[in-house]
Design a protein around this ligand. Sequence first.
Ligand code: SAM
Length: 432
Amino acid sequence: VTTTAREVALDALVRVEQGAYAHLALPAMLRRSGLADRDRAFATGLVYGTLRAERRLDDLLGRVADRPLARLDAPVRAGLRLGAYQLLDGLPPHAAVGETVSAVAARTVRARGYVNAVLRSVAALGPPWPEPSSQAVALSYPDWIVDRLVDDLGPADASATLTAMNEPGALTLRPNPLRTTADALRDELVGAGITVAPGTLATDALVVRGVGDPARLPAVRDGRATPQDEASQAVVGVLDPQPGERAVDIAAAPGGKATAIAERAGAVVALDVDAARLRLVADASRRLGLAGVACVVADGRALPLHDGVFDRVLVDAPCSGLGVLRRRPDARWRVHADSVDELAALQRALLGAAARAVRAGGVLLYSVCTLTRAETVDVDDWARRSLPELVALAPPGPPWRRHGRGALLLPQDAGTDGMYVLALRRSSSTVS
Ligand SMILES: C[S@@+](CC[C@H](N)C(=O)[O-])C[C@H]1O[C@@H](n2cnc3c(N)ncnc32)[C@H](O)[C@@H]1O
């Protein structure tokens, strides 16, 4: 029995509803599917698109379905959303409806008629599609995310940010300087028929197109490159670790930044509270041939490190992740408003503990892939008051925007993930 892209997409949507993370579950399902690269890319677009657009799709389905979506079986609900997404995305109705109905029928045959009828009614609604009742419905975000970003960034920037995060993020590679150069890696990729553009934000970053599964690229498999968004690459650029320096990343898993630090400094202490996730750091280090990555399972709020000995300390703190929603299509439905304040408290505690590890003259970098005031400038305000021995360093310039003593990168400004950085230097050796 051959599997179709729509069947894999449908199964993935059901798995996500059951609690799986799309960016982890889908690649594994695609690897098992035997689908050709083109179909894998199509299935990925369907799953990510459907998850992002969920609220908008439910609004359309709610106008025509005679039963609440919540009462339907999971594959039927997923099939309706999947079909409605394709219609909204402009696919011809015969393919969007017919092939989605077949995919659902291959799972629950008795739902065929119902799914067919509802999707045909959706197809009859547009285009032009009915006007959504609010910006949150139109852009398909929970109300709280829209309200929070409008409050924190202002309506124009919030709107541009929310729109940018509905577009898929480009795949960006970071060359491993121990094994290749940006030029050699670019030539290798171009030779394999891949379109490559230089990054605009991080030196050596390569933005690539036409790669279905980055893990299957020989350069990635053999440790010559790491997939990492340019904003994350730029964070390590701001930290600027030098060869031979002592560096620690106190929230290191899955290791994107810790391995980048080790590529530059030669070594890093990679600490994380989550032992299972920390194993990913060890795996990545092995793949990249980095012998100097010391993995330590510990709570960053009670660091098992000597005070005042590290040249570079990175606190890439757990956060609400509102800057990376384009890469985590299901995340917008998982994050809750309440968690922002809890995370901000954890961020302050991690930053306070990390500050002790920095030597006099050493650098402490706080970064989060989110955009809320509470997790950015408010953490900076706290640091200014509570860590007076740490003075702010000049934040990176445009496209970063000055934000408190740090800088904010909005996804619409450079086509990257959203990110905040605050770079501090310890002015004295007294650890309070
Ligand atoms: C934003 S992620 C780090 C990403 C990583 N720096 C990278 O570039 O790949 C935040 C990490 O903080 C870890 N974490 C959460 N609470 C922690 C704590 N109390 N101490 C140390 N790590 C913690 C999580 O397990 C998670 O891996």
